[in-house]
Design a protein around this ligand. Structure first.
Ligand SMILES: [Zn+2]
Length: 460
């Protein structure tokens, strides 16, 4: 029984691990590489293995760095099953279509601007075909992936539908349990349930995004959000919140809703300027079974994301009008680490105005505009133009969809109590220096830890 680390090895994006059992190969995730444009474009076109050798895909959650290359597999001839939770499948229906649209638009843009023809990584028909192959299964219900591999999804607490995957692998009469953490969520987020620690695991593939960091508390994040909205409104500015369409956007809307109800923020308009975020919010409303199952949450499921101050902007013209409008407001706009999406127009217009606040609520990888904003570079490059950064920049990591170091240690510690046979931990999905630090932390408390290099194969 072996694993090849084909993506998110010593880096954060491109999640893809190949499980080899009984002569079969199963891909855990098939995500998009993001970051430096040219380099990630090349990585995205490199298949993790010949398609004929791939027997199944098991997807942990819908984020594009985990699911984004599935349509590319299909474009290259893959036609077997892709497993996912039901909510992940519905999220993928909107997110992969959006991703295909971006691929096609990018190729069109390059053809127009540079007269160079680049075949899009995949098109809409491949995204649609992906959904034909994707099977939604419930949490906590084992399913057979290939002979010798039985999988079970358990809550990962990261985004709607997110899961850790428990894999019972049998070869030559021996059974071992491998757990793939997927992305591990925070404890105490409002909408999503808590992550479930590994049980009975012999080996573990574990994410490490924030392996050297502690987040502020969820309560602290809410207080800071309220303070930023109040102060920015008092200056007559706007709060620009670049947020991934899935997860953070809904948590932030939920927080703004409850703050507005309590009178803790002034009554200024709040715009969600992202067709994708609107579609994703609809998928949230379709899956209250994936929410924290408190009675209160189930009762409120229908109007969590709808209230008087909140406006959803689908139309492009409306979006443009918004960047020209006056007066204080909050704009939440989709952003792949500020590399794409409508947030770019709002930043191009608003980053130079000292009355405004750019509120960063998610992880910003190296070599992205988002990271440069967080580093408060004096001048930003947006659409090829220099834009001086005078707006206030604030980071709230309390809305992070990822667990911090202590939360990951707690998850792992609870898992160790329930996994006496746990010997091997492979760290994935983290920048190399962060992983090295986290490895030291874990080694110090007795785990055997490796940070596998890309494309290396390990036995378990
Ligand atoms: Zn994720």
């Amino acid at each position: 029984m072996e694993i090849t680390f084909a993506g998110a090895a010593r880096e954060v994006t491109g999640s893809c691990h190949l499980l080899h059992v009984n002569g079969h190969t199963v891909a855990l995730d098939c995500g998009m590489f993001q970051g430096k444009r040219q380099e990630s474009a090349e990585k995205n076109r490199r298949l993790p293995l010949p398609i004929k050798d791939l027997d199944a895909v098991v997807l942990s959650h819908a984020h594009i760095d985990h699911s984004g290359r599935l349509p590319y597999l299909i474009a290259e001839g893959y036609s077997k099953t892709i497993w996912a939770t039901s909510a992940t499948r519905d999220l993928c229906a909107v997110m992969l279509a959006d991703s295909a649209h971006i691929q096609e638009k990018d190729a069109e843009f390059l053809a127009k601007r540079h007269k160079e023809f680049i075949e899009p990584l995949y098109g809409m028909r491949h995204a649609v075909r992906t959904m034909d192959l994707m099977v939604g299964v419930p949490y906590n219900k084992p399913f057979d992936v290939v002979p010798g591999v039985r999988a079970t999804y358990v809550d990962a607490g990261h985004i709607l539908g997110s899961a850790s995957v428990v894999l019972d692998c049998t070869e030559g009469g021996k059974t071992k349990r491998l757990v793939f953490s997927g992305d591990i969520g925070r404890s105490g987020l409002a909408i999503i349930r808590e992550p479930v620690p590994p049980e009975g695991a012999d080996a573990l593939i574990m994410e490490s995004t924030y392996g050297n960091r502690e987040h502020e508390s969820v309560e602290g994040a809410r207080a800071k959000l309220a303070q930023m909205v109040r102060e920015t409104a008092a200056r007559g500015g706007r709060v620009l919140i670049p947020a991934f369409a899935v997860g953070r956007t809904q948590e932030v809307i939920y927080a703004l809703h409850s703050l507005a109800r309590e009178g803790a923020i002034p009554s200024i308009p709040i715009y969600v300027d992202s067709p994708l975020a609107i579609d994703v919010t609809t998928v949230f409303e379709m899956h209250p079974e994936s929410f924290d199952r408190s009675e209160e949450m189930i009762q409120k499921a229908k109007d969590l994301f709808r209230f008087e101050l909140l406006h959803y902007t689908r139309d492009v013209e409306e979006s443009k009008a918004l960047s020209r409008a006056h007066g204080p407001m909050v704009i939440i706009a989709a952003s792949g680490m500020m590399e794409a999406g409508r947030i770019l127009h709002h930043l191009a217009q608003g980053a130079s105005d000292p009355r405004n606040t750019i509120l960063v609520v998610g992880f910003q990888a190296e070599h992205t505009l988002g990271r440069r904003v967080v580093e408060r570079r004096p001048v930003l490059q947006i659409f090829g133009e220099d834009v001086p950064l005078h707006a206030r920049v604030e980071v709230i990591d309390g809305y992070s969809a990822h667990a911090d170091r202590t939360e990951m240690m707690t998850w792992l510690g609870r898992g160790r109590d329930k996994s006496p046979g746990l010997r091997q931990v492979w760290l994935v999905h983290g920048e190399a220096p962060v992983q090295d630090e986290f490895k030291e932390t874990l080694t110090a408390v007795g785990y055997s830890v490796d940070c596998p290099e890309p494309h290396t194969r390990h036995a378990f």
